[in-house]
Design a protein around this ligand. Structure first.
Ligand SMILES: Nc1ncnc2c1ncn2[C@@H]1O[C@H](COP(=O)(O)OP(=O)(O)O)[C@@H](O)[C@H]1O
Ligand SMILES: [Mg+2]
Length: 275
């Protein structure tokens, strides 16, 4: 589905890698659309091409073919050829966002960096921005003077989210953003992402192998298998009436929320594979 109102639209995206054992077609002719304010979950087992698709959307990996549009305007496949305004509109959170933090920088400095890059130092309120970002992710300004190793995993991921919010993006791409966290912490981070999405009208492209997370957060679901997009649909279309045998089996392979009366997200089903 391509509509004029799509925030991000990808058509016919293919990505291949040339490795020692020949060519790997990691993403094959994938088309998808993300609407303003919606949560699109991308599911599929390990190696199905989810992360590569995310990196292609971010312009971090060369596409063999395909077209991207942001708000109906052409979006260059290579991030270096995107405008600053375009780059600001898409934020990214990884499984371990903190791995990219300089361990010798305070949280304040880590959160100042994106502003230095984005506004070339012209923002008169730059000094306030780190505290504002911490507030958005429900951390007190006490954290400004701390170092990454002084934070818990959940706190570090909150700082990762804060940093991804620095450009005031319209879309956050979350690649296994809670997978490395304890189950109770996962729930807190998911609630935060859900609040940010509702309050700020953010769209989320949420990549996960954890179907309980999908059920909690997603409006629509896209299922990937061996680089291909097998099906997309609303949460209930895909979960209650999967169109393909693969999706049916994928859904049966892990416990569902229904199996855990009352407990919303405090569930860690066996991963389908490591991502
Ligand atoms: N940089 C790379 N070089 C070579 N092969 C890669 C690279 N990144 C991913 N792949 C391969 O592409 C396929 C899809 O990987 P990936 O996108 O990471 O899947 P997922 O995120 O769904 O686990 C896998 O076969 C993987 O081995
Ligand atoms: Mg992955």
């Amino acid at each position: 589905m391509t509509t004029a109102s799509s925030l991000l639209s990808a058509q016919g995206v293919s990505v291949s890698f040339n490795g020692a054992r020949g060519r790997v077609d990691a993403v094959r002719d994938v088309s998808l659309d993300i609407q303003p304010g919606e949560v699109l979950a991308v599911i599929g087992e390990s190696g199905s091409g989810k992360s590569t698709l995310a990196r292609a959307l971010l312009g971090m990996v060369p596409m063999r073919s395909g077209q991207l549009h942001l708000d109906g305007e052409h979006l260059a496949a290579d991030t270096r050829r995107r405008t600053l305004a375009q780059k600001r509109r898409i934020g990214m959170i990884f499984q371990d966002s903190a791995a990219a933090f300089n361990p010798r920088f305070t949280i304040e400095r880590i959160l100042l960096e994106p502003f230095t890059l984005m506004t070339s130092g012209k923002d008169p309120h730059k000094a306030q921005r780190p505290a504002e970002l911490l507030d958005k992710v429900r951390l007190s300004s006490d954290f400004l003077s701390r170092y990454p190793h002084e934070l818990s995993g959940g706190q570090r991921q909150r700082v990762g989210i804060a940093r991804a919010l620095a450009g005031d993006p319209d879309l956050l791409i979350c690649d296994e953003a809670v997978s490395a966290l304890d189950v109770s912490v996962q729930a807190q981070i998911l609630n935060l992402l859900s609040d940010l999405q509702e309050e700020g009208g953010l769209s989320l492209l949420f990549i996960t192998h954890d179907l309980s997370v999908v059920e909690y957060l997603a409006d629509r679901v896209a299922v990937m298998f061996r680089g291909e997009l097998l099906e997309t649909g609303s949460l209930s279309e895909v979960f209650d009436a999967p169109k393909t045998d693969y999706t049916h089996r994928l859904l049966q392979a892990v416990p569902r929320l229904d199996d855990f009366a009352g407990d919303l997200v405090g569930i860690a089903p066996e991963p389908l594979g490591r991502s």
